[in-house]
Design a protein around this ligand. Sequence first.
Ligand code: NAP
Length: 325
Amino acid sequence: MSLEQNITLSTGASLRQIGLGTWLSKPKEVENAVEIAVRNGYRHLDLAMIYENQDEVGAALKKVIPSVVKREELFMTSKLWNSSHQPAEAEKELDQTLSQLGVDYLDLYLIHWPVAFVPGKGLVPPHPSKENEVELDLKTTLVDTWNAMIALPKSKVRAIGVSNFTISQIEALIKATGVVPAVNQIEAHPLLPQDDLLAFCKEKGIHVTAYSPLGNNLVGKPKLTDYPAIVEIAKAKNATPAQILIAWGAYRGYSVIPKSVQEERIKSNFQQVTLTKEEYEAISAVGKGNHTRFNIPYNYQPRWDINIFGEPEEKDASNPVNIGA
Ligand SMILES: NC(=O)c1ccc[n+]([C@@H]2O[C@H](COP(=O)([O-])OP(=O)(O)OC[C@H]3O[C@@H](n4cnc5c(N)ncnc54)[C@H](OP(=O)(O)O)[C@@H]3O)[C@@H](O)[C@H]2O)c1
């Protein structure tokens, strides 16, 4: 049985609890992956300008709309990239995303990161004097960008939200504008449960979507799907480790967007597995004393010289986030 659990956002719109991630899905792979996913019941797609594959996603959408689904049956999320945070840029990038995808509107548009880059120099503008670093825009504030998101035409964007935002950053947006993001998309898995941020979002009516639910990491650490405790529970339930990790996220009530470009995985990741309280707690225990955030832009190549999360790895960053309130 597929996990067809629906979640209702503060806007009244609903989305499927399990969606398909598309980061690092290469050209040709992603077209195939999206088509397979939709044909097998996925209705929630997670996309972004920076994934540089939205044209391919658009090609897949042409194959499934309207023959398999109507546009309105899909929930499509995309994200405003850092180099379009400036109010004059935001709608231009949105239009580009819509044109790449070949659709008239997005169901959800997120500010991808609480970090602005200088505009007009490509998606990852090289710093003019510092090698292997991006050129940040330290003047455009989060509140400036949030106001630009609020001003986007409702005909093009049904709901707006944020991604990778902390409690204080979201509080500042709400205080400055009175507009509460519908969603915060964050890294969350047993090594990074983010309990405080989840509780805050719940209190504010902000839906959380968990990215990297399988603990995707590009830093050579063991994959969560290989952790003995996860493998053991998977075996006992005749499930895959990935299904167990997805079920762990679903147990916590948020939406989960595992990425795969492999047909069998796309299908099996969507199969419902439910956990008992004991199983949920055993999986949570994997993260005790093992706090790990994989996605830290200060560690990227090229580096973003900014402290976003207050993680120890970011302590040498020169710049704080410019919240603007
Ligand atoms: N907002 C943000 O800043 C942000 C950041 C990161 C990610 N995201 C979104 O969240 C999505 C998911 O996160 P993610 O891609 O970082 O990581 P993830 O979904 O946790 O893990 C993806 C990795 O797991 C593999 N995988 C998929 N299914 C598997 C299975 N059943 N068994 C074993 N391995 C499996 C995939 O390889 P194969 O493809 O070869 O199967 C890929 O290497 C992204 O694709 C993107 O849409 C958002």
